[in-house]
Design a binder for this molecule. Structure first.
Ligand SMILES: Nc1ncnc2c1ncn2[C@@H]1O[C@H](COP(=O)(O)OP(=O)(O)O)[C@@H](O)[C@H]1O
Ligand SMILES: [Mg+2]
Length: 281
């Protein structure tokens, strides 16, 4: 087989691009430039991690995709975003949910005074489901999150952080999404709970074919569960690659996985410029 046919076969078997973020720039309050031309893609059926330190622009990227910037006085001023080859910048979050894209916001955001089950049911309304469909969707959430079934009648405000994160993901699942934008699921949770949540993400990905764009500061766990990763720093993608390659990369180890001595450094540090040559070589 020639090199050309091999490349052709690879292209034929590559999953189609579901989400395509192309060179977006985001400005808050008309003056604060936060994203400086971010491009990334999520192929159908994949888990893609958006990595980077606090303040790198992960949440802003997710907000740009799901059109939640307006409420923050933010605007996409350059670039475009496509979902299934259609522009989505003008769609409201509710319209996006109808097309199958749901965001789980950072910080979990449950309704504290509602029960877990009531919280889950709030996820169903945008897709105007029948009672039978709603019951089936609830059942499916409880299959993935047996803990939530046990706690279904508890007020969300009195449940643990892990249960609240599961509720937030479960609520997204109620809308029967094709793609979930998941913002910092590990934040503030004990390692064992984080592991449990990522196992469920993997399950949803493999069994329901839900694609994920996963923003995480926790590079270590994200790279273990993701297929592909983008590393954001200061509003720019500094590096991207297969998750397994990133996990083995010396710079990623040093800067993001803490597998080195000394303080954590930034890609922008002096040293980075020398190292970058090595990545490009
Ligand atoms: N509503 C806002 N108004 C002005 N600046 C903001 C707003 N939200 C975030 N920022 C700034 O944008 C940058 C990126 O923030 P964010 O997207 O939340 O990063 P991350 O999610 O990676 O921690 C930070 O410098 C932050 O201070
Ligand atoms: Mg964030």
């Amino acid at each position: 087989m020639t090199a050309a046919t091999t490349a052709h076969d690879a292209a034929a078997h590559a999953p189609r691009v579901l989400l395509d973020v192309n060179g977006i720039e985001v400005i808050y309050n008309h003056v604060i430039l936060v994203l400086k031309g971010v491009s990334l893609q999520v192929p159908e059926g994949r888990i893609v991690a958006l990595l980077g330190a606090n303040g790198a622009g992960k949440t802003t990227t997710l907000r740009a995709i799901s059109n939640l910037l307006k409420g923050e006085r933010g605007d996409v001023t350059k670039g475009y975003i496509q979902y299934r080859d259609q522009r989505i910048e003008k769609l409201s979050p509710a319209e996006l949910v109808k097309r199958g894209v749901v965001q789980v916001m950072e910080g979990r955001h449950c309704f504290a005074h509602l029960t877990i089950e009531e919280n889950l049911l709030t996820g169903a309304y945008t897709r105007s489901m029948s009672r039978a469909e709603t019951a089936a969707a609830l059942d499916r959430v409880y299959q993935y999150f047996p803990r939530l079934k046990q706690r279904r009648a508890s007020q969300a405000g009195y449940t643990s952080g892990g249960e609240q994160q599961m509720t937030a993901i479960g609520r997204a699942l109620m809308a029967n999404p094709n793609m979930i934008l998941l913002d910092e699921p590990s934040m503030g949770l004990a390692p064992q709970i984080v592991e449990e949540i990522f196992e469920i993400v993997r399950d949803l990905n493999q069994r329901e074919r839900v694609s994920f764009l996963l923003a995480e500061q926790n590079t270590n766990i994200a790279l273990r569960y993701a297929d592909y990763g983008y590393i954001l720093e200061n509003g720019r993608v500094m590096m991207d690659g297969e998750a397994s390659d990133l996990a083995r990369n010396e710079d990623v180890k040093e800067f993001y996985l803490g597998i080195s001595s000394g303080e954590r450094k930034s890609f922008r540090d002096h040293k980075f410029y020398r190292r970058r040559k090595r990545w490009l070589a």
